[in-house]
Design a protein around this ligand. Structure first.
Ligand code: HEC
Ligand code: HEC
Length: 466
């Protein structure tokens, strides 16, 4: 028995060595491979979020797909990346996902500002999108068309928040917290809207690693939910069942609201159509509403084909396939500095004060039909992919929010130039992000507040390293 075990571990080590190219990385523990051996890139520079995973075989297709993400779409027919509009949200993906990562907190909403990734939503007090508007508000249009909202009428206000302890740790150190509210002037809204309309914003999450999260099986997702129900505390809610084109149904696992079930029909696959309104054979219609089309008709503008479908498409399925190879194949940056003493101390705290109850450190992927190398990978995303209520002041539409994966976030400053976090980017750093954990996570927050200054620092060092 002992001998078998020994042979097995030698075999394992060999497999590990072969996969761990370049050779100087052979000593690293599995925890450094955040995206598994086949899904991790060893790059800690500003390019860390845009690397192909080792499992990606067709690098030419990956590069072609990458271009579709980075490019600005234009209106002109017959030119590359044409088809923008007539009404749209942004002219490129990267405008909202700067350096493939996270958008930044802004004071003034300007859709032309690089890195302002806020999506705006106009909704009723009970959280339903007002029917004149698309779920993601369009604030741009190709002349002579007009957008549903003139964005100069969108106002973001940042307020100070004081908690029950007067924003002071038990050791006397003060902290500060801010949160946003958003308003749109009635006069800036072109379409019918109920009097009690409200406005929410949501920042971007990031693109890398979503292909690996897609390879986690639905069964494992349900099992995690069941395990949380059985343990009886910090119980997460699974995303609703989302119907796919082939009729199958899968629990939502993408976006803060868990509103998308599979990557093939996920936020990126939809965004490449609805953000820009560039049509393709499987999305041969405009992302718009009846109210907007009727309004444009009233103004005497041509709206033929705006409701229903167009005959021509602006992106081919071959282009879309390349786009998905890129999207799926983005590697997760390897963890860093895990052998540092402060980081090790921080890790112990992360595991002991309840963080892992929701930020589930690891998953093992199932069989991946798209990128076979993504199958059976032990990955370290630090999320349960379930929704929790953190009881935040003015959360907007996202009262229940998916636990955000923590992998790779420590490189946010190097890659995107900021450390803004949480669904509306109200946290300006890790410490503030943790201090916004009220509601379901309040006990964990209390334990964090009661740590010594050094332990708080070490915990943040650990978060920066994963
Ligand atoms: C208007 C800004 C904006 C643009 C442009 C945009 N996104 Fe996003 N994206 C967001 C926001 C905001 C979220 C978080 C959304 C949510 O939870 O509802 C998001 C979420 C995502 C996610 C989900 C990440 C996760 O972990 O669940 C992916 C993937 C994604 N976007 C890909 C893309 C791609 C690819 C494009 C271009 C085709 C794109 N996005 C264009 C704003 C944008
Ligand atoms: C009850 C579940 C739960 C517990 C416990 C929990 N979290 Fe979270 N965490 C969440 C959810 C949900 C979000 C997303 C909230 C949002 O964006 O509004 C989040 C977001 C975060 C973020 C921001 C990530 C980002 O990029 O936006 C950090 C950092 C974080 N948690 C760290 C921690 C730490 C450290 C602990 C332990 C002290 C902890 N969390 C405990 C559920 C939890």
């Amino acid at each position: 028995m002992k001998k078998n075990l020994l042979t097995f571990s030698i075999l394992l080590t060999c497999a590990f060595f072969v996969a761990c190219d370049p050779p100087q990385q052979t000593e690293l523990s599995e925890e450094y491979y955040s995206g598994g051996v086949n899904g991790t890139a060893f790059n800690r520079t500003s390019l860390a979020y845009e690397q192909p995973a080792p499992a990606v075989k067709d690098l030419a297709a990956f590069k072609r797909g990458e271009k579709m993400f980075e490019n600005n779409y234009v209106t002109g027919e017959g030119t590359p990346f044409s088809g923008l509009g007539p009404v749209y949200i942004r002219s490129s993906c990267i405008a909202c996902h700067p350096v493939y990562g996270r958008s930044k907190r802004v004071e003034t909403f300007n859709s032309e500002e690089y890195g302002n990734g806020y999506l705006v939503m106009i909704h009723t007090p009970d959280g339903k999108i007002c029917e004149s508007f698309t779920g993601m508000l369009q604030t741009r249009a190709v002349p002579p068309y007009l957008p549903p909202v003139d964005e100069s009428g969108i106002h973001i206000t940042w307020h100070n928040f004081t908690d029950q302890y007067g924003n002071v740790y038990p050791d006397g150190t003060p902290y500060s917290l801010i949160y946003p509210t958003v308003e749109i002037d009635r006069s800036a809204i072109l379409l019918p809207v109920p009097d009690d309309y409200q406005v929410s914003i949501e920042g971007t999450i990031g693109i890398f690693g979503t292909g690996l999260l897609d390879a986690i099986t639905d069964e494992d997702l349900f099992a995690e939910r069941d395990a949380q129900v059985a343990r009886g505390y910090y119980v997460g809610e699974i995303g609703g069942m989302i119907k796919e084109a082939d009729g199958s149904e899968h629990p939502g696992r993408y976006t803060y609201g868990c509103t998308r079930g599979t990557l093939q029909n996920g936020p990126g696959s939809n965004a490449i159509w609805n953000i820009t309104n560039v049509t393709r054979p499987d999305r041969n219609y405009l992302y718009t509403t009846k109210a907007w089309v009727e309004k444009m008709g009233e103004l005497g503008l041509d709206t033929v084909g705006f409701i229903g479908g167009f005959n021509q498409t602006e992106m081919t399925m071959a282009e879309f396939d390349d786009f998905m190879i890129w999207h799926r194949g983005l590697a997760v940056p390897a963890a860093r500095d895990l052998d540092d003493d402060d980081v090790k101390a921080g890790k112990e705290i992360f595991y002991s004060i309840g963080c892992t109850a929701c930020h589930k450190p690891t998953w093992t992927t199932g069989t991946d039909q798209y990128i076979p190398g993504f199958s059976n990978q032990k990955i370290w995303p630090y999320t349960d992919l379930l929704k929790h209520d953190l009881g935040m002041k003015e959360p907007g539409l996202r009262k229940m929010c998916r636990t955000t994966p923590l992998w790779g976030r420590g490189l946010s400053y190097i890659c995107a130039g900021h450390t803004d976090m949480l669904h509306d980017l109200r946290a300006r750093n890790y410490e503030e992000a943790i201090l916004w954990h009220f509601g379901d996570a309040e006990q964990s927050r209390e334990k964090f507040r009661n740590l010594s200054k050094e332990d708080r620092h070490n915990l943040v060092r650990f978060l920066e390293s994963i």
